[in-house]
Design a protein around this ligand. Structure first.
Ligand code: ZN
Ligand code: ZN
Length: 394
């Protein structure tokens, strides 16, 4: 039985996977600068005798064909970049590149995919079909490594019928995984706004055009984009996290600067909302005698898990891990560049539990104390290998 063979191999290579994860964790590199990481992955693929191609500078793609006859293709994706965070964990595998940290678990994704490649290379005679391994750069930074890899043809020659990706989740206990069919993560757009007026003495408002009061109206009014214009059945979020009015108790400034985010799960509404947001802000500023320069920087699209693929993948996960270890996920309004694959091909993005409360491993991703329960790596590599061979019809 292929399942038992995968489970046994996952056990056998577990320490090797952990060693690779620790190596990557202690040598993190920022988005689009994954030079050593890419060379490390290339070396490991060479050790396995797998041919690879470079893409999007530091990205790699490798193919493994099972010995049984089949022209099915499945793609598995890992991201390789780290974040500009100073690691606060005191662990033997702590980041040796101060100010850069694998705080989103991409070290886990990369070492896991290498582990999957190792398992499946060893079991080549047991399955049919082709597995495409995608190691992409820069998930954390626009325009996103995924979009560049797709532009450079990662989903062609051969074209995968499905793309499967995983992401660590510190909210789920190690040993468990989570799935959600349909819309799962949001599109993300960045908002950069300058509101201009005419500054002056705070005691003589009649001689000024106060950009602070204009900004206050804009922020409040823009909440109606979500509460009055968006379809309540489809989630939207509009938040401003930065507002700078550099005046004083008695000084009205000339301008106010704002930064925010707009997230949703519907492309048509997303473009309509962009127009409405700009128009509303500019209209308010103008009606109050000021002006507003509203720039929207488009980020990743929303992520959709194809229903049928996700149902079958989830069922295979239940076979591999047991029903009790497969959970349902809620919608998550964060963004992820895996969304680009999901817009281009049938895709499934699931979550790998990495929490261990008894060892204090509970910190959220993108924090200086983020870490993972490494025992999860055994399920991570075994499950992904199993999902791939099942998806290929074995
Ligand atoms: Zn992240
Ligand atoms: Zn991530």
């Amino acid at each position: 039985m292929i399942k038992e063979k995968i489970q046994q191999t996952a056990k056998n290579i577990f320490e090797d996977v952990v060693a690779n994860r620790r190596h990557l964790h202690s040598h993190p590199e920022l988005s689009f600068h994954e030079v050593e990481t890419s060379a490390f992955v290339a070396r490991k693929l060479e050790e396995l005798g797998l041919e690879y191609h470079k893409m999007a500078n530091t990205g790699l793609v490798a193919l493994l064909k099972g010995d049984k006859p089949s022209d099915q293709v499945v793609a598995l994706r890992a991201d390789m970049d780290a974040l500009p965070i100073l690691e606060a964990n005191d662990v033997p595998y702590k980041s040796q590149n101060p100010g850069v940290m694998h705080a989103c678990g991409h070290d886990v994704h990369t070492s896991s995919l290498l582990g999957v490649a190792k398992i499946l290379t060893g079991l080549k005679s047991e399955f049919g079909g082709t597995v495409k391994f995608i190691f992409q750069p820069a998930e954390e930074k626009l325009p996103g490594g995924a979009s560049l890899m797709i532009q450079e043809g990662v989903l062609e020659n051969p074209k995968p019928a499905a793309v499967i990706g995983q992401h660590v989740m510190p909210l789920i206990d190690a040993g468990k995984v989570g799935f959600r069919a349909g819309k799962y993560m949001a599109s993300t757009d960045e908002l950069y706004v300058t509101v201009r007026g005419k500054g002056g003495h705070g005691a003589q408002p009649q001689q000024n055009v106060d950009p602070v009061i204009i900004t206050a109206h804009i922020i409040t009014a823009l909440q109606t984009i979500v509460s009055r214009y968006a379809d309540p059945k489809s989630p939207s979020v509009l938040s401003f996290g930065k507002v700078i009015a550099n005046g004083a108790t008695n000084v009205i400034p000339n301008e106010v600067y704002l930064e925010g985010t707009f997230r949703t799960m519907d492309e048509k509404w997303r473009s309509e909302a962009h127009i409405k947001i700009k128009k509303m802000a500019e209209g308010i500023a103008e009606s109050m005698g000021g002006s507003c320069e509203f720039n929207i920087m488009k980020g990743y699209p929303f992520l959709i898990n194809e229903e049928k693929l996700t149902a079958s993948t989830r069922a295979h996960a239940e076979e591999y891990l047991g029903k009790e270890n497969v959970l349902d996920l809620d919608i998550w309004m964060a963004a992820e560049d895996f969304a680009y694959y999901s817009q281009a091909a049938d895709s499934c993005f699931y979550r790998l539990g990495t929490r261990n409360e008894s060892r204090g491993i509970t910190s959220s991703v993108h924090t200086p104390t983020f870490d993972v329960e490494e025992s999860a790596l055994e399920q991570s590599v075994g499950l992904m290998a199993y999902l791939a061979v099942k998806q290929l019809g074995n």
